[in-house]
Design a protein around this ligand. Structure first.
Ligand code: ZN
Ligand code: ZN
Length: 419
């Protein structure tokens, strides 16, 4: 027995070593990926203007003009922002200096600020606040409350926060660690991440659709070629555009699909698992953050009734997230059994939640009490439909059990980007 015990310990340690090496490699390769990405989008843009735009007729040039202006501005702007805006952390870095770019976030005079260009928020930050002015103190409204503690970095771990083993710290509403941006995708840069993918898809589609004739003529040795770019260069970029455009469009659609269901990449795994577990028990699983498709999308992009105008999607601007990342609006348990067992989306909830958000504050999702938490993920049944709602037990932990709980009275744990 001791032999098996010792052996399994060695195997586990080996796996941990391999895992750590993989994380280190992902981190070390990050700058290379970012360099590659910049090279591709910059050379792609240059080659497209040199080969395709040069030979457009005046009419097609005029018709394409909005795209020729908006696509490069957003493609380069959003990529710059997604690589520079930090994903959002629940606490300052434990050791070493925290490379801060607060000038990007808190300065409304920055050229990246939506306010500078006349985009104003119609509501206020959606937090779990139940007390008047949100964020005016700069300290999280939940100060004094208990929040989970991260086992790896020992810092606070609010709901939807995960510890990134590449960044070596906790990230608010973490989606995933992306080597292409050499950072995590979290609450503050997820909007830039999805919008970058959207503009990249549009850019590739535009190149594919309008560069088709030039692509064909690269195979004709007698065709005129007035561009600086060699034919081979254009062929290469064109084929890359088709491949990347296809892959990124699929990824972006998948991301938007998850967003519309109110879940992050990490949560989509959790939710699928919890849903199948609930089904076996004859219960219906509800994602607590699913407020109906329309509202989920509005909150993600922070547009709509309580957010910024939808036209803010057309410019590379820093738009603060709808929530401060410490707590999120949650859906209530439906008061009636579902008419269709599959369709658990609740668009009808959206209106009510908007009303509550604009009223006395959401006051949702802050019940950190232990009393209703059961080991299977909090059975919050209403006795009518047999629903079960996910909660922190089921959704927040990436490694069974957290590092316990901690008090948030300490002002160092402020939501620094909260306004
Ligand atoms: Zn952590
Ligand atoms: Zn990371």
């Amino acid at each position: 027995m001791p032999l098996i015990h010792g052996l399994s310990g060695t195997v586990i340690r080996c796996f941990k070593k391999v895992e750590n090496a993989a994380d280190w490699m992902t981190g070390a390769a990050g700058p290379v990926f970012v360099f590659m990405c910049w090279s591709l989008i910059l050379s792609g843009g240059f080659i497209y203007f040199d080969v395709v735009v040069r030979s457009l007729s005046p009419l097609s040039f005029f018709l394409l003009l909005p795209l020729l202006i908006l696509v490069p501005i957003n493609l380069y702007g959003q990529y710059y922002l997604v690589t520079h805006v930090p994903p959002g952390y629940p606490a300052p870095k434990a050791s070493g200096n925290d490379k801060s770019i607060s000038w990007l976030l808190s300065n409304p005079k920055s050229i990246w600020a939506g306010e500078r260009w006349g985009f104003r928020r119609r509501g206020r930050t959606l937090t779990g606040a139940s007390t008047g002015e949100s964020g005016s103190s700069g300290i999280w409204e939940g100060a004094g409350r208990r929040v989970r503690r991260c086992r790896k970095c020992d810092g606070p771990k609010p709901e939807r926060t995960h510890h990134c083993s590449v960044c070596k710290r906790c990230v608010l509403q973490m989606d995933h660690h992306c080597p292409w941006i050499n950072a995590c995708v979290g609450i503050h840069n997820q909007r830039h991440f999805v919008l970058f993918m959207a503009w990249l898809s549009l850019a590739c589609t535009t190149v594919a659709a309008t560069g088709y004739h030039q692509f064909l003529s690269t195979f004709d040795y007698h065709a005129e070629w007035p561009s600086i770019t060699p034919k081979l260069g254009f062929t290469l970029i064109y084929v890359l555009c088709l491949a990347i455009g296809f892959a990124v469009s699929v990824l972006m659609t998948w991301h938007l699909y998850m967003v519309s269901y109110g879940e992050t990449s990490i949560e989509s795994h959790d939710n699928a698992y919890l849903a199948s577990k609930a089904k076996k028990e004859g219960l219906i699983y509800l994602n607590p953050y699913d407020l109906g498709r329309r509202r989920n999308l509005q909150l993600f992009f922070n547009i709509g009734p309580s957010g910024y105008p939808p036209s803010s999607l057309l410019l590379p601007l820093i738009i603060p997230p709808a929530s401060n990342g410490w707590s999120f609006p949650r859906r209530p348990i439906p008061s009636h059994p579902p008419t269709k067992p599959v369709n658990l989306h609740a668009p009808e909830l959206a209106e009510g939640l908007i009303a509550r958000a604009n009223g006395l504050g959401l006051g949702l999702g802050l019940d950190h009490g232990d009393d209703h938490v059961s080991p299977t993920g909090g059975h919050a049944e209403d006795g009518m439909g047999g629903y079960v709602m996910g909660d922190e037990e089921g959704l927040t932990d990436d490694e069974e059990g957290g590092g316990g709980w901690m008090d948030l009275g300490d002002p160092q744990y402020r939501a620094d980007d909260d306004r």
